[in-house]
Design a binder for this molecule. Structure first.
Ligand code: ATP
Ligand code: MG
Length: 309
């Protein structure tokens, strides 16, 4: 198990950005596989299965200890594999200890509040893993790429200045630092797919009847803004990657590899928390012993001659 944790730490580190100042998106190749090649898919899947087992054990302790909460944030272009990564990496996790929330276009009630309002309502409780499938980062992505969305946000006019994006990055950094100081561990994943691979996956959705439902014309329209999105993603990582809430820029052209990196990063985060089952006090231990005596004594000696029910 220690070996697996070491391997996870090494793999996660390769894609972790804790200080965004020098980050350039072009330094991450969406097809990168950290030295694996496409023939290693099966070995990679076996590793993932081992990782998931380890995650299950760590999550059990997280839940029992009931001190830390973990917030995993997923951002990506369409068809980059957010849903699949969430589904696979969390497949061993006890559903009671995990909550997933997908953030869509804000409702009119959302728009009547500050933009973090709807996210705060979905923060995980202590002992739980919360997953944001899209998040407050959309406020620096889709909203930035489409100024018309910003115009509909009902912000007082004088607050919408040229500094608005700088201010949003700053507010988000502060929000995440606040969470960290309250025991909510924040890890952020940008699944970085190439434009070419997105095209292949869209075509697959169009050609395979079982995948037709996943295709949306709106996704194709957003593809038209590819370069604007890449710029917005790059700046998002540059401005909001911090040691306490790092970004993982995960190559996403190979689904199995993406999942392996995400699992590795979550293992690394949980392992760093020194999780353990709550220790019983001397008084609780006495109570446990008494209960043990009671149960053993009661069950072992049915009265002689007593009728079985
Ligand atoms: P899938 O397509 O796999 O179901 P998805 O995350 O793409 O998952 P959709 O319902 O297709 O879900 O898309 C959600 C849409 O909501 C995205 O286009 C996203 O940009 C948009 N959205 C999310 N948050 C905001 C926001 N704060 N402001 C404006 N649009 C947002
Ligand atoms: Mg979609």
């Amino acid at each position: 198990m220690k070996k697996l944790i070491r391997q996870a730490r090494r793999l996660a580190k390769r894609y972790r950005i804790s200080d965004g100042d020098d980050f350039r998106l072009k330094s991450v190749d969406p097809g990168d596989m950290a030295g694996f090649d496409s023939d290693d898919k099966e070995a990679g899947q076996e590793k993932l299965a081992e990782g998931i087992e380890l995650l299950t054990r760590l999550q059990d302790k997280l839940y029992a200890q009931d001190r830390w909460a973990v917030l995993l944030i997923f951002q990506a272009m369409d068809a980059a594999g957010k849903d699949g990564a969430i589904k696979h990496v969390m497949s061993g996790v006890n559903p009671q200890g995990c909550e997933v929330h997908a953030f869509k276009s804000p409702t009119s009630e959302d728009l009547d509040h500050d933009y973090l309002w709807r996210c705060m309502k979905r923060l995980p409780e202590r002992g739980r893993i919360g997953i944001f499938n899209r998040s407050h980062y959309e406020e620096t992505l889709v909203v930035r790429v489409h100024p018309a969305i910003l115009a509909k946000q009902k912000l007082p006019e004088r607050l919408v200045t040229d500094d608005i994006w700088k201010e949003r990055y700053q507010d988000i950094r502060t929000f995440e630092r606040y969470l960290t100081r309250n025991g909510v561990v924040v890890r952020k994943f940008f699944l970085h797919v190439s434009k070419k691979e997105q095209r292949r996956r869209f075509l697959e959705r169009l050609e395979n009847p079982e995948k037709n439902w996943k295709f949306s014309g709106a996704d194709l329209a957003e593809r038209g803004f590819w370069d604007d999105y890449m710029e917005a993603y790059e700046e998002m990582v540059r401005r909001t990657a911090t040691p306490e809430a790092p970004w993982y820029v995960v190559p996403a052209d190979n689904k199995w590899f993406t999942r392996l990196v995400v699992a590795a990063a979550v293992i690394d985060a949980l392992d760093g928390l020194d999780l353990h089952y709550p220790k019983v006090t001397a008084e609780q231990e006495r109570a446990l012993q008494a209960a043990r005596r009671d149960l053993r004594g009661g069950a072992a000696r049915p009265k002689r001659g007593a009728r079985r029910a």
